[in-house]
Design a protein around this ligand. Structure first.
Ligand code: PMP
Length: 406
């Protein structure tokens, strides 16, 4: 071992933070594919569509025009104006540009928010199933995630009782995500108001509303976000969104948020000492996404809906799986509890979603993410942001693999 390696020590802050289970499964699938196995990877939540052409053109034009210098830390004036207009047009929320922060993906917005507000031991209430990264981002920022169970019978929505029971004097945030990754859970305005009622008694608790899947909805109802739906909470809500999912722009790394000025100023200070601000070219592309034609979004959502329907129908018909169609986001999240206790042809007994995912990877060559990654150990996640033909073949193979269990 070299001296440098021997002397290496991780910070306490980073101890226990590893590459996420989702990335681990994707890498396992990539390795198997490289070995020549016919793997279908349904692990990552990333649109298979290309970024629409008018958005790419805007980036090329920005480059050609020399828009290649450090942008303002909180975002370009053009993108902040586009974000202000987006919130007005789509969410009936009025913000000024100094209430907007543009970051390198929605993920960096989350990081900035927690980095800027959490002291060691401060708590963040997170309903399960949750997006895997939430817990580790909170931990990296010295916070303590407080996971609140939800049930499939309640549509994976947090209840007022569960929220009330989770709040302590250390609670700083409630983190909401609807449509949710991985469950697809959505709220009606009445359901959201009822769930958040306990916050009236806890004025120090803020709400972070992760709206990244706003446009990917199949329930036909209005989009429901805390700042608009519960005006009493507006002064303590951070509304998070981005272009990754709606516009198939995951690689461009642009997310944004709107909230009270002191919070945005603190988050901007945090960002100023990490990235200095998001890529200027990508910000120009995001302006085109938010202000340009929106038909591309509806076209992609129509395809996600078709895929959701075909996958849910196919998997729900498999004995041992239960797969009600989710209201939004591009995942399906079947329960596989009905397979627990069954035996694989190799003689192993399936006792967890991790066992099921491992069996599906080995026997069906289909990579799914076990629910343990999301705090929901009886489910697994399939991304429907994958090619339709792959999804059809994957469902056929999953059904065959399940039929081979005894
Ligand atoms: N929030 C949720 C719920 C997500 O699923 C994701 C991406 N998987 C993000 C935030 C991060 O999005 P971005 O690509 O903009 O960083």
């Amino acid at each position: 071992m070299s001296t440098a390696a021997a002397a290496f020590r991780r910070s306490a802050r980073l101890s226990g933070i590893e590459v996420s289970l989702i990335v681990q499964i994707s890498e396992k699938a990539r390795e198997a594919k490289a070995r020549g196995e016919p793997i279908i990877g349904l692990g990552t939540g990333e649109p298979d569509f290309h970024t629409p052409q008018h958005i790419k053109d805007a980036a090329a034009a920005a480059m050609a025009a020399g828009d290649t210098r450090y942008p303002p830390t909180a975002g370009t004036a053009a993108l902040k104006a586009a974000v202000v207009e987006k919130f007005r047009r789509e969410n009936d929320l009025v913000f000024t540009p100094d209430q907007i922060l543009v970051s390198t993906g929605a993920k960096q917005v989350l990081f900035n928010a927690f980095f800027a507000t959490l002291d060691p031991g401060d708590e963040v209430v997170i309903p399960a199933p949750y997006w895997t990264s939430y817990l580790d981002i909170v931990r990296v920022c010295d916070g303590v995630p407080v996971v609140v169970e939800t049930s499939a019978d309640d549509g994976f929505r947090i209840t007022a009782e569960a929220l009330r029971a989770a709040i302590t004097p250390r609670t700083r945030w409630l983190l909401l995500n609807a449509p949710g990754n991985p469950s697809g859970a959505t709220y009606t305005p009445e359901q959201l108001r009822a769930a958040l009622a306990p916050l009236a008694d806890h004025p120090a608790v803020w709400v972070l509303s992760d709206d990244i899947y706003e446009h990917i909805r199949f329930d036909g109802g209005p989009f429901v976000t805390t700042a608009a739906c519960v005006p009493e909470l507006r002064d303590r809500t951070l509304t998070l969104n981005g272009v990754s999912k709606a516009y198939a722009m995951t690689g461009w790394r642009i997310g944004y948020a709107a909230g009270p000025k002191p919070l945005i100023a603190a988050m901007t200070a945090a960002q100023g000492q990490s990235t200095s601000g998001a890529c200027s070219i990508a910000q120009a592309a995001a302006v085109a996404a938010l202000t340009g034609p929106q038909a591309c979004v509806a076209e992609m959502v129509a395809v996600y809906r078709e895929r959701r329907d075909l996958v849910c129908a196919a998997l729900d018909a498999v004995p041992g799986l239960s797969c009600p169609p989710p209201g939004g986001a591009f995942y399906v999240f079947p329960s596989c509890a009905g397979l627990f206790g069954r035996r694989t042809p190799g003689g192993a007994v399936l006792t967890s979603a991790m066992d099921v995912a491992t069996y599906l990877l080995e026997a069906a060559h289909v990579a799914v993410v076990p629910g343990e990654a999301f705090g929901a150990p009886e489910h697994f996640r399939i991304s429907t942001a994958s090619a339709t033909a792959d999804l059809q073949e994957a469902c056929r193979r999953i059904a065959a693999a399940c039929a081979a269990l005894s």
